[in-house]
Design a protein around this ligand. Structure first.
Ligand code: G6P
Length: 607
């Protein structure tokens, strides 16, 4: 959602800020702004809409070497120029950019209005800017500290003022901030992608911390002014990973990166000789995990679908009762957590507000908490007892693809890890992880036949209603296939456990309606063939995803997309790829903005 970039150094700030904002575009936003600062004053430009609209008003030769930038996702007030950040105080000498929501903004606004302050925007952020302006008595850090003691809600903020132009004050509560450490310069960002072109040396702020940043110095304290010492960490992502590298869209790049991403995810974690799985992040809680009596997986969106695969995996392989919960439901429904409950939060970004809140709820009730997260250093892994990173590299496309396969791969590893601690023999674990290690190669085979999925998109891309059917391990894949085409091609689609079709959705099937049926080899193969006949009997066009070598399916379906054979629990890693490709090509053919679909954000940091 919203994005923050800040710079204090020796180089002109504007190109650095704008480049940083461009790299944050993928997170979703609807207005943008920048402020440059020197002793003379604040120079501010803001606009509604895309970044290029803002860029048209900028003078890139501006000499200032300090400044802030922001991309805003409207919450308080419409996405207008007035509501865009930076927000200023009445004197025009203090600038604030803010991610998050100030909850008591109405009370503060009223208080400030009584003191004669006239507001120019509808934002909660302006309240903060005005408050800081009022409280300033010669020390920006102190004014910010005092202001933050007055506010409730969540924030990642950066504040600058003309009286101390060398200084950025940044503070975090519930909304991520990272300080990039350079030579004679510091950068600030809400997401590593914004500063990666300049430095890989970073310091992560934790909740309740304030950073005072100048070109030469970074000083961290708590909200109550207690000094904090922190190590500088290295970001493992590279610049190439966050660039298009010749692809037309990040989504297509990330679909194609899946074989390599999975190799990175599995590297060093599977021991084929021993038939075991090594997960370094779980070492400290191995004993507790062995005693786990129940698992709750909690997540949102695509991560929820991956979690559902995890539920099937844990029950099948580790025989541990498992539930998958929408984080937004779990957090508010007084969940039962008893002794031996393990709560696993699954998230690409590690910042999704509902998932974070569900995690906190589970933790408070005594669950052992694990994170299955992609972004290193993000909030969820900082708050869990232990966890496993995906290591699939940055995911920029809003529609999640390689993070889904990374999540399923990590949950497969975890299922095997837990299974081995329960009843699973070394021989069956060996068979499982051998099959898992083949998946990247098999993914490459599917990607080589990407044209077949494209042909399906060309043939059916005009249709506005699709069904996706799957059973067992492929039921979550049906949900994921439907979500992908909804998100980026704006096609209405429903994913279903295939047998449920007869309880209602079958009424939707009309002549020629595309129905994607995942019909790979497995215990329910015959059952899904029955479902296929039911669809055909009503005139639907069946697009089957089937196991290579299955000739019978050709006779029963209108179109077949083949995937290589693997163990049933691992099929989602393969069957999801043709569905990602169909959604991608349908979106391109329909002229949709694939990487920035309407109304969606990459990381949803509000409720
Ligand atoms: C947003 C994204 C989805 C993602 C979901 C959960 O809705 O658009 O692609 O699946 O958030 O995100 P997370 O970062 O927690 O996996």
């Amino acid at each position: 959602m919203c994005g923050i970039v800040g710079y204090v150094g020796r180089r002109p700030a504007l190109p650095i800020l704008v480049e940083g904002l461009r790299r944050l575009e993928y997170r979703g936003y609807d207005s943008a702004g920048v402020a440059l600062v020197d002793q003379e004053g604040l120079w501010v430009a803001k606009s509604a809409g895309r970044l290029y609209v803002l860029e048209q008003q900028l003078d890139f030769t501006a000499p200032q070497t300090r400044g802030l930038g922001h991309t805003r996702w409207a919450t308080h007030g419409a996405p207008t120029e007035a509501n865009a950040h930076p927000q200023l105080d009445a004197s025009g000498r203090f600038a604030v950019v803010h991610n998050g929501i100030i909850e008591n903004d109405r009370a503060l606004r009223k208080y400030l209005e009584q003191k004669g302050v006239i507001f120019k925007s509808e934002t909660d952020t302006e309240v903060l800017a005005q408050l800081i302006g009022q409280l300033y008595d010669g020390n920006l850090e102190r004014a910010v500290r005092q202001a933050l003691h007055e506010v409730s809600g969540t924030y990642g903020i950066a504040v600058m003022c003309t009286f101390e132009p060398d200084v950025i004050i940044a503070a975090r509560k519930g909304s991520p901030l990272i300080v990039g450490v350079g030579q004679g310069e510091h950068l600030l960002a809400s997401d590593a992608a914004a500063i990666l072109a300049h430095t890989t040396q970073v310091v992560y702020l934790d909740d309740g911390e304030i950073a005072r940043i100048t070109p030469e110095q970074l000083r961290l304290t708590t909200l109550d002014a207690i000094p904090v010492t922190k190590a500088v960490e290295e970001i493992e992502w590279t610049l190439e990973q966050i660039e298009l590298g010749g692809y037309e869209h990040f989504m297509l790049k990330e679909i194609n990166e899946q074989p390599e991403a999975l190799e990175n995810c599995l590297r060093g974690r599977i021991d084929l000789a021993e038939g075991t799985v090594h997960l370094g992040g779980l070492v400290d809680c191995a004993r507790e995990l062995t005693r786990a009596r129940r698992i709750i997986l909690t997540a949102c969106g695509t991560a929820w679908h991956a979690s559902l695969v995890g539920e099937y995996l844990f029950e099948e392989m580790a025989r541990i009762p498992t539930e998958t919960e929408y984080a937004s439901e779990f957090r508010y429904r007084n969940p039962v957590i008893d002794d031996g409950t393990v709560l696993i939060a699954v998230s690409q970004s590690g910042e999704t507000m509902d998932t974070l809140a569900a995690l906190r709820e589970g933790k408070q009730r005594g669950a052992l908490t694990l994170g299955v997260v992609n972004v290193v250093g993000s909030t969820i892994p900082r708050e869990t007892d232990a966890g496993v990173y995906l290591h699939v590299g940055p995911e920029i496309g809003v529609a999640s693809t390689k993070a889904f396969s990374g999540q399923v791969a990590v949950l497969s590893l975890l299922a095997c890890y837990l299974g081995r601690r329960k009843h699973m023999s070394a021989a069956s674990a060996m068979q499982f992880i051998t099959a898992l290690s083949q998946i990247p190669r098999q993914m490459r085979e599917i990607l080589q036949r990407a044209d077949e999925a494209r042909a399906i998109a060309e043939r059916f891309g005009e249709h506005n209603n699709w069904l996706y059917l799957g059973r067992g391990f492929n039921y979550p894949v049906a949900l994921e296939g439907a979500l992908k085409i909804k998100e980026i091609a704006y096609i209405h689609a429903e994913g279903l456990p295939a047998a449920e079709m007869k309880h209602g959705p079958i009424a939707l099937i009309t002549e020629g309606m595309p129905v994607v049926c995942i019909a790979t080899a497995g215990v329910q193969y015959e059952k899904i063939l029955n479902n296929i006949s039911q669809v055909r009997g009503r005139g639907g066009s069946v697009i089957a995803v089937a196991t290579e070598g299955d000739k019978e399916i050709r006779r029963l379906s209108d179109h077949v997309l083949y995937v290589p054979d693997t163990l049933e629990p691992l099929q989602p890693l393969l069957t999801v790829i043709p569905l990602q490709l169909i959604a991608y090509h349908a979106a391109v053919l329909r002229g949709c903005n694939v990487d920035k679909p309407r109304n969606l954000a990459k990381s949803v940091t509000v409720e």
